[in-house]
Design a protein around this ligand. Structure first.
Ligand code: GLC
Length: 626
């Protein structure tokens, strides 16, 4: 039996490319017995090991932590432990060692029973046993990793982000040569899960410096706390005239097409900050004064009082992933899901007793109630809307937003499945946007903005509507597309957003990662696995496009970039999560019974002025804890 990484390396055939990465200080493995049981392998040189995946904590504390085991022949790692099996072993230790020891170990036993598989002395046997598919997958991941490496940019000698697309044959980069905050998130999650947290840390700190006030659009400064949509590393002459130096140049939307403020950037930044802490165990970053200030500035901007009557965040069109006019102004679901998620992350990271916590708690309660109650749509609810009375003037109105049933689109009546449901895209006075938006729905599952039942129903709907939402390439950004007159009026005849293209019903492979986080959280990995298998057939052949077109998602998008980084990173994250499903918890939240919230809710109920006046009109309190 091979006992050490070094021994393993020498023995190991070259077709398994990843052997040992970043393994200093060297890790050694020793077998405490001649038995081939995995538990008999003990990692001898590691200090107490940090959590990489909570579910595998049992394997930690000095023991080898097996994050992936691919077994040839016998199909699964179980008793009897096969005579010969390459397994992928990952050990993650304290962040300060930056360490991942990753290796393929080859086990073989001359003494063991059963098996009959190939031995370490004959790697070719193993090669034949490695199904073609497995090798193709390995190759795909290898290619994706290399492409991601190429997309990485450095600032002052350290990696600090990945550019949006890195196509060597594309002369006109537009702004795809910049590091977009939202685009970097899947790259960051990949780096975190892969044991490369430094780039994420650098990114978080550099973007923090870019936050807020400097930029102006035609003499008007965006609100303090705004995070840029993207930034670029520029070379500029040094002030002292001695050569050139690097500088980070942010874009807050003042150069972006349509001049839209990226509301989602700050929300993603907070979400990523929490993920960094949870994955590395390094909480010193989030407790730093300037980081705490950064979180609070973002939140203050969001929690600011305005004219709005709803707890949802009011934004202009195109303020998130869909960054062009697509009829998503007002209270689009994607922003609400990210907002809710960021509030929960912030509550976890702010110093106990922080002045903002109370405001966060009340907003969380109101927001979740509003979305779960008014954005939810399934067969039952649709039938209620179908029979709505209108023009109800009173506090008891059932049809609070005065939705005319005539608004129910024809496609929806046919489309709504018997089982399953989803959150609609937007809700405003007298207006429901019934389109299905993937990111908003998936992220609602991830952060438990959706209740447990709603989360399952959303995944049920994705399964029931697989052909429409996944088709040949996961995943439609929204369904259905705006067509004809609607397209003209709502998009302003946008030639990039023609029906079933780009943001208007195009298919975006990057959404694979959000689908996988949601599916693994709900213990329904099969959904993600099926989608990943589908994407794998084409992504590399098609040069990792940004998006696909037409109803079925069969065509590479009309104006799609190739070698789009978040397509690549999204795929890598999905693969990592399928290998280690529990890792979703660096991003997810349970629908918990947080004592504080329960308490706050009762305080709020008691404090409701209408209640106190003895009215019967107080809004129904949330029925489910957040
Ligand atoms: C497109 C997408 C946007 C993304 C950007 C860079 O504009 O709509 O979400 O951040 O490209 O990839």
């Amino acid at each position: 039996m091979q006992k050490s990484l070094t021994g393993c390396r020498t023995l190991f055939p070259s077709y398994l490319s990843r052997t040992i990465m970043n393994s200093a200080p060297p890790a050694a493995f020793a077998s405490s017995a001649s038995s081939l049981q995995p538990s008999a392998l003990t990692c001898t040189s590691l200090p107490p090991i940090h959590t990489y995946a909570r579910s595998l904590q049992n394997h930690l504390h000095g023991k080898m932590f097996v994050s992936r085991a691919d077994v040839i022949g016998n199909g699964s790692v179980s008793n009897p432990w096969p005579r010969c099996c390459p397994i992928h072993v990952k050990c993650v230790r304290q962040p300060q060692y930056k360490c991942i020891a990753s290796a393929h170990l080859l086990f073989s036993s001359t003494s063991s029973s059963g098996g009959g598989g190939p031995t370490d002395s004959n790697p070719n046997d193993i090669n034949t046993k490695l199904g073609k598919e497995h090798l193709v997958e390995e190759e795909l991941e290898k290619e994706a990793r290399e492409l991601l490496r190429r997309a990485t940019v450095t600032y002052m000698g350290s990696p600090c982000g990945t550019i949006a697309a890195c196509d060597p044959n594309e002369a006109n980069a537009l702004n795809y040569d910049q590091v977009f905050i939202r685009d970097f998130v899947p790259s960051a999650i990949f780096f975190l899960l892969d044991g490369q947290p430094d780039i994420v840390r650098n990114f978080l700190l550099h973007t923090l410096q870019l936050q807020s006030w400097e930029k102006t659009v035609d003499c008007f400064s965006p609100g303090q706390g705004l995070m840029p949509a993207s930034f670029k590393v520029h070379m500029v002459p040094r002030e002292d005239g001695n050569g050139m130096e690097e500088t980070l140049d942010p874009d807050f939307g003042e150069a972006a097409i349509g001049r839209v403020a990226p509301v989602d950037s700050g929300l993603w930044w907070i979400i990523l900050l929490r993920a960094y802490g949870r994955c590395t165990g390094d909480l010193t970053l989030q407790t730093r004064v300037e980081v705490q200030t950064g979180i609070k500035m973002i939140l203050k901007l969001c929690l600011e009082d305005g004219f709005d009557m709803f707890p949802t965040l009011l934004v202009t069109d195109g303020s998130c992933m869909i960054d062009r006019r697509m009829g998503i102004h007002g209270h689009p679901l994607e922003i609400q899901a990210l907002f809710f998620s960021a509030l929960r992350c912030a509550r976890e990271m702010l110093r106990p007793g922080d002045e903002l916590i109370k405001a966060i708690n009340s907003r969380l309660i109101a927001l979740s109630y509003h979305i779960r109650e008014y954005f939810w749509l399934d067969m039952r609810k649709l039938n209620i809307i179908y029979r709505y009375k209108t023009e109800e003037y009173s506090n008891e109105a059932v049809n609070k937003f005065n939705i005319y049933p005539e608004q129910i689109p024809y496609w929806l009546v046919e489309w709504i499945p018997d089982q399953g449901g989803y959150f609609i895209g937007n809700l405003q006075p007298a207006h429901m946007d019934f389109r299905f938006f993937s990111l908003g729905n998936l992220w609602s599952v991830v952060c438990s903005l959706a209740t447990q039942e709603q989360s399952d129903a959303i995944l049920d709907l994705i399964e029931a509507k697989w052909t429409d939402l996944v088709g040949s390439m996961p995943l439609k950004i929204c369904y259905p597309a705006l067509e004809d007159k609607e397209w003209k009026i709502i998009t302003g005849s946008d030639p990039k957003n023609t029906p079933w293209s780009y943001h208007n019903g195009g298919s975006w492979p990057t959404l694979l990662w959000q689908l996988t986080v949601a599916a693994t959280k709900m213990k329904r990995e099969g959904i993600a696995r099926r989608a990943v298998e589908m994407a794998e057939k084409r992504l590399s052949k098609d040069k990792w496009p940004e998006y696909y077109d037409i109803r079925t998602g069969k065509f590479i998008g009309k104006q799609s970039r190739l070698y789009q980084t978040w397509t690549i990173a999204g795929y890598l994250v999905a693969k990592q999560l399928l290998r280690n499903p529990q890792a979703h918890d660096i991003l997810t939240f349970d629908e918990d019974n947080d004592a504080l919230l329960v308490e706050t809710r009762s305080i709020l109920q008691a404090a409701n002025p209408k209640r106190r006046r003895g009215g019967t009109t107080a809004p129904k309190p949330p029925t489910t804890p957040i």
